[in-house]
Design a protein around this ligand. Structure first.
Ligand SMILES: *Cc1c(COP(=O)(O)O)cnc(C)c1O
Length: 375
């Protein structure tokens, strides 16, 4: 059994993917072009925003978003303490400071009450200027944007939605990657919508930000690539990745998002009396980037993982270390104990195999192994 089976998916979509790649090779137009533009149109349409700007990966997407919002040294961005490293990394890379915020125990996403507290604390200290909130749609579940948008408005902060894992999620019919002033995603192969290499995208409704992003992803181009009006990056999605993503997006829309949720339901039904299963709040849809259970404590979690390994069942710990404990962030560290939820999650979470091609038999084998261990 695979943790995320990309081979079965390739076999299912092989004819279209191979034809698309072959078309790019025949045309020998590898950077930009019609396929990339078409993909951007389809992605914008899916997310329900005016503009999609593709780029080289999800980390660049966040960096480009911070550039577009004119994020500067001396300013800070509020970032969940429980996320993938990139979310905090890009803030430090841009010269500002990440301020970590504890998360909600049930949704794993940034806790709005803790966010407001962190904003007030930074204002009171007066050393940093609060500028941006980066909310993450962890494991496929959109963050609590109703509460977060209110806070952003109240304190006049920009909002970036890090939808690297969130593409395909929803809140009351509104799609993920539409909640931020700028939203970003990643097409890293294991994400809900993955390509066959690195890739990413930005989404925005604002024409001015879209225009800036088009420029800054290609060396700060003006009228063309050799007229450079600002310092930018080289961060483009290539045509082969677009050829892979076009049929994958169609499969994602047609059945894959539904399939992962069906698979999650199989786990839910079997595991709900034994472990803490992921909770999807009313009105929310998750794209199920991960199916993450919680155990009683670290010992139980680690022993379960070993036991699954012996049965040839892969599982992953996302994430073993909170942001504030990462050595790279030691200069920003606020010490142990300030993020009790995030710390507890790092000790007790375990992600089980999850992908659109998981069968009910697979789910049964995994669930049985978990239950047998707990009994
Ligand atoms: C994967 C991921 C990123 C980075 O995306 P890459 O394409 O790998 O650069 C950023 N944020 C989160 C939450 C992620 O999971």
């Amino acid at each position: 059994m695979q943790f995320r089976d990309l081979k079965i998916q390739y076999r299912a979509l092989k004819a279209e993917i191979d034809a698309g790649i072959s078309d790019v090779l025949e045309q020998s137009s590898f950077i930009g072009g019609r396929k990339v533009e078409l993909l951007e149109e389809r992605l914008a349409e899916y997310a329900g925003v005016r503009h999609c700007i593709s780029c080289a990966n999800g980390t660049d997407a966040l960096t480009l978003a911070l550039m577009a919002l004119d994020f500067q040294a001396g300013e800070c961005a509020f970032v969940p303490d429980f996320t993938f490293f990139s979310t905090g990394e890009v803030v430090a890379y841009a010269g500002g400071e990440p301020v970590f915020v504890d998360v909600d125990e049930k949704t794993f996403n940034i806790n709005p009450a803790a966010l407001e507290k962190a904003i007030l604390k930074v204002k009171e200290e007066g050393r940093l200027i609060p500028k941006v909130i980066i909310a993450v749609d962890l494991f496929g579940l959109p963050a609590d944007y109703e509460a977060i948008c209110k806070i952003a408005k109240k304190y006049d902060l920009c909002l970036i939605e890090d939808g690297a894992q969130g593409f395909g999620g929803e809140i009351n019919g509104k799609r993920a990657c539409s909640f931020g002033d700028i939203s970003t995603t990643s097409f890293f192969p294991a994400k809900p919508l993955g390509c066959y290499g690195d890739g990413g995208a930005l989404f925005t409704d604002r024409d001015d930000l879209a225009e800036y992003l088009h420029s800054v992803r290609v060396h700060g181009k003006g009228t063309n690539k050799y007229d450079n009006v600002r310092i930018g990056m080289n961060s483009r999605l290539d045509a082969i990745q677009a050829a892979v993503l076009l049929p994958k997006l169609k499969a994602f829309e047609d059945y894959e998002r539904e399939a992962v949720n069906r698979a999650a339901g199989w786990y839910d039904a079997r595991l709900k009396d034994y472990v803490t299963i992921p909770e999807i709040p009313a009105g929310f849809v998750s794209s199920r980037a991960q199916y993450t259970i919680r155990l009683k404590n670290e010992t139980e979690r680690d022993r379960l993982q070993n036991c699954l390994k012996e049965a040839d069942i892969p599982s992953m710990i996302y994430y073993p270390k909170p942001m504030h404990s990462q050595a790279a962030f030691r200069t920003y560290s606020v010490g142990k104990g300030s993020f009790p939820v995030s710390e507890r999650l790092c000790q007790t979470v375990l992600s089980l195999p999850m992908h659109p091609y998981l069968t009910e038999d697979d789910a049964e084998v995994v669930a049985d192994a978990v239950i047998k261990f707990l009994k």
